[in-house]
Design a protein around this ligand. Structure first.
Ligand SMILES: Nc1ncnc2c1ncn2[C@@H]1O[C@H](COP(=O)(O)OP(=O)(O)OP(=O)(O)O)[C@@H](O)[C@H]1O
Ligand SMILES: [Mg+2]
Length: 252
């Protein structure tokens, strides 16, 4: 490499570093605005309910049941705020990962009861299509289960808009041609709305009134922790398909 190329290489590297820094700063700014917005709601609710308690207890004959109700609301909102914070933590640093040899199908079977009861709540059906012979992978089973469950829950929530009787979620496993292990969650719902398709995995991207928009963002962070990827494609004939790709031991 001649002197000029070395110089260009160095200049490119510096430019790239600067760009990374700027985009990180932009992401942090966006994130801070999102966190402030998300936490404001439960905090405002806590303040309101606390004021209500004070007012109720100031009455000559306070209705203690009403006070208890307000206190329960305070607890629920504080738990919600805590949940948002702990999920945010998971975005940047999933809790210490345990690498253990894990059977991917067994990990999904363990979730089956939970998924089936969620299916009943959402008046949907669910089906498992698990390919045998995937071999063990070094994973943190609880974290991968968290990803699968976030995808399944999204699928059921998407199906809430669809007519009863046709709603179905399929949870499948397969080995890709290159040896990677795939976990797929497919639904026959409305599919990803085009307006958010580009931002789907960004923190706080949500179309749901009660959603935090952290499910997919933290799931992708977990996938990457294990050298994997999380993406989506349209399902045929309708709906969405999310694919968690976990590298075969040979490629890690
Ligand atoms: N299977 C799906 N079908 C259609 N849209 C989906 C599907 N999965 C996700 N989405 C869209 O992606 C958005 C982001 O999903 P994500 O799981 O990150 O957040 P959320 O579900 O809105 O909130 P939370 O997971 O905190 O409850 C959803 O609001 C929804 O619009
Ligand atoms: Mg979700």
């Amino acid at each position: 490499m001649n002197q000029r190329n070395i110089y260009l290489d160095e200049a490119n590297r510096r430019l790239q570093e600067r760009l990374m820094h700027v985009s990180r700063l932009a992401a942090v700014g966006e994130m801070a605005a999102g966190v402030a917005h998300e936490l404001n709601q439960p905090l405002a609710a806590v303040a309101n309910y606390a004021q209500a308690c004070e007012r109720l207890l100031g009455l000559p004959d306070p209705d203690l049941e009403e006070v208890r109700d307000a206190l329960r609301q305070i607890t629920a909102q504080a738990v919600r705020a805590g949940d948002i914070i702990s999920r945010l933590r998971g975005l940047t640093r999933p809790r210490d990962s345990l690498g253990e040899l894990t059977d991917v199908n067994a990990l999904i079977r363990e979730l089956a009861d939970l998924i089936e009861s969620d299916a009943r709540v959402h008046e949907s059906s669910c089906r498992f299509e698990l390919s045998e012979g995937l071999g063990p992978l070094t994973l943190d089973r609880a974290q991968i289960q968290q990803v699968v469950f976030a995808l399944v829950r999204n699928a059921f929530e998407a199906l809430d808009e669809c007519p009863l009787g046709s709603r179905e979620v399929v949870i499948g496993t397969a080995r890709a041609a290159d040896g990677d292990v795939l976990i797929e969650v497919r639904d026959n719902g409305p599919g990803i709305s085009p307006e958010i398709a580009q931002r789907l995995f960004d923190p706080f991207c949500t179309t749901k009134t009660a959603g935090t928009g952290l499910g997919l963002a933290s799931s992708r962070t977990i996938a990457r922790t294990f050298g994997g990827t999380l993406d989506h494609r349209p399902n045929r004939p309708s709906g969405a398909c999310f694919v968690l790709r976990l590298p075969s031991p040979a490629r890690r």
